[in-house]
Design a binder for this molecule. Sequence first.
Ligand code: HEM
Length: 423
Amino acid sequence: MFNSSLSLDQAPPLKIPLRFFVTSPIFGIMAGLFILGFVSSLESRASLEVVVFTHFITIGFLSMTMLGAMFQMLPVTAGVTLKHQQIIAPLVHGLLSSGLLIFAYAFYNYQSTLMSVALVMLLSAFLVFIVATALTLKNAKNVTPTIKAFIGALTSLLIALLLAGYLTLSHANTSLSEHHQAILYTHIVFSLLGWVSMLIIGVSYQVIPMFYVAESYPNFYTKYAIKVIFALLVSLGFALFIKNNQLYLLLKVFAALMLADYAVTTISLLLNRKRKITDTTTYYWYFAMSMLLAAVVVSLANEWLHISQLNTLAVVIFIYGFAMSVITGMMYKIVPFLVWFHLTNEGFINMPTMNELIGKKTTTVQFALHIVALLSLATLIFDSSFQMAAGMAIVLSNALLLFNLIKGSRIYFTKQGLEKMNF
Ligand code: HEM
């Protein structure tokens, strides 16, 4: 992400990505508290409590971190500065955080006016970011495979948001049309397989070779994967809309194979990496890719088994097992790197190494708690007596993640004690 071919002088101030990174576990804690207080069962995905919980994670944790990472990576990877980032970053962050809180309140209490308010705030947050990025990318010096993946991810997000608007307004007007289900599935497909997967794939093109001294992804991959996935998503949406089950199934198998291939390729790149040092972030990557494979298998198997809870299980494994794991692992790499990078640039020496900034012990405990949270959340789909266990594990693992991120970045803000180089 930050290797020598990239424009480090374009890097934004640390507090821009950091405010997004540190906020995400706070929404993770809220998601856990929400489970403890209000979600006694995950059995029916249609329940409004489950919709609220899902968005605490998908918007509050995943999208929050992904936007923060893009604020960091876009200028660095494309070689252009995001104009007015000092205003845009807090604006997007503020609208996203407050919009999500209102979304949660509005859906839990089924209040139509507040649903529309939340929609406007969340849409504004994402749209401000998308427009600023599009204007910035017009002048991009390097259109790398990562930037192409970002463009695919943002286009998918735009489609997902359009559909989210329709879904939310249908609820606000309490008039769900006959197409509601198809639009809901298309929203899920574009937000999870488009926005989340494409962004993760694009970021991994940069971070796997750089941070793990591994080979690059095969050329075929970096050239075509995003285009193929995007074409599959558009076709999947079309198949859902015309209610052609066979076409839908065929496309779903293709999309599943693509994602499975990405998981296997990433695992093999990591296994064959040159520097065989293993840290918590490596465990996170292996775990995330195994969970992606598991989500693919469960989702495909259910096309034949038709057990409604298995659909929910596939979504939970995808969101909590795959996406949240990759993102947490990446924050553990990126935050200490950025702190170290900014301090070095400001001329400080005699500071802890990147690895010492957070420390292996607490990240390993947090990783274990994350697995417990996923297991108890998955069990909650089948057995409501796991409400307490799931809620507690989610709260604890996110609280420890928050602690670790603050621990890793605190030194930057208390740097007076560090020795400054004498130029
Ligand atoms: C402006 C932002 C968004 C709004 C207003 C929104 C709105 C909604 C609504 C109203 C539903 C429920 C529809 C129904 O069941 O009738 C829904 C479902 C869903 N959305 Fe979003 N959404 C937004 C962004 C996202 C994003 C960014 C993601 C993923 C990264 C996402 C993932 C999902 C998922 C997975 C479901 C299914 C939930 C479940 O089955 O429990 N949404 N969304």
